[in-house]
Ligand binder design. Structure first.
Ligand code: PGA
Length: 244
């Protein structure tokens, strides 16, 4: 699975349409039975992206914990589903930084499941690259447990994304990814904790390093931010995970 997280980009409808079309076209030569490609645009661009793609799946970058009612500025799972969204990124560190805590993320995860969206739950610790693997495992274990309170993971479709906060780029893929060996170690650990979930890696994945991550058997995909704004780069990542 390769997920494009466009974040607060691009700025125009035309750019969103072009980027989505280029990605869709570029995927044609790949063995699409081996890789599921998902675009998570800003919610206002979901309709135009839904129109521009056919086999690319769609997701929301965030959804409300509520289903309806007096919640100014919120967008519900049911509303994004109207535009073919079938995934929702939840618990991203950029949203945790805005004040979303584990309890709130748990409510959103339940809202996603109720609205038939598959959660892509992001977990990842700290701001320092020198956290020990044991400390990272402690933090993500807590994040996973609290996000899943009252949920039986084996009963839902769930993707977990290991996103070390320090490895996430600050723009167009300018960050430094962790080593594939580190990602594989943490991802194997997550896989053992929640065996029914798919586990992917996110943090400065680009066309140049994707194959190294894809080569690790435990890493089942990538969540791509900056590099997903460039169709060629994103297609290289998709190609790496398609094994073609
Ligand atoms: P990045 O973002 O690829 O730009 O590091 C990944 C993410 O935040 O999901």
């Amino acid at each position: 699975m390769v997920v494009a997280n466009w974040k607060l980009n691009p700025q125009t409808l035309g750019e969103a349409r072009n980027l989505a079309s280029q990605i869709e076209l570029g995927l044609l030569p790949l063995d699409r039975s081996r890789v599921e490609v998902v675009i998570c645009p800003p919610a206002v661009f979901l309709p135009v992206v839904a129109h521009a793609v056919h086999f690319v799946r769609l997701g929301a970058q965030n959804i409300s914990a509520e289903q309806r009612g007096p919640f100014t500025g919120e967008i519900s799972a049911a509303q994004v589903s109207e535009f073919r969204a079938s995934y929702a990124i939840l618990g991203h560190s950029e949203r945790r930084a805005l004040g979303e805590d584990d309890k709130f993320i748990n409510r959103k995860l339940k809202a996603a499941v109720k609205g038939r969206l598959e959660p892509i739950l992001c977990v990842g610790s700290g701001t320092k690259a020198n956290f020990t693997a044991a400390a990272i495992k402690r933090v993500i274990t807590r994040q996973i447990q609290e996000a899943l309170v009252g949920v039986r993971p084996e009963k839902i479709e769930l993707t977990l994304a290991y996103e070390p906060v320090w490895a996430i780029s600050r723009g167009l893929g300018t960050g430094k990814a962790v080593s594939p060996a580190h990602a594989a170690e943490i991802i194997s650990y997550i896989g053992l904790s929640v065996p029914s979930a798919r586990v992917i890696y996110g943090g400065s994945v680009d066309g140049a390093n994707a194959a190294d991550f894809a080569r690790q058997p435990s890493i089942q995909g990538a969540l791509v931010g900056g590099a997903s704004l460039n169709a060629q780069e994103f297609l290289k990542v998709s190609e790496a995970f398609s094994g073609t």
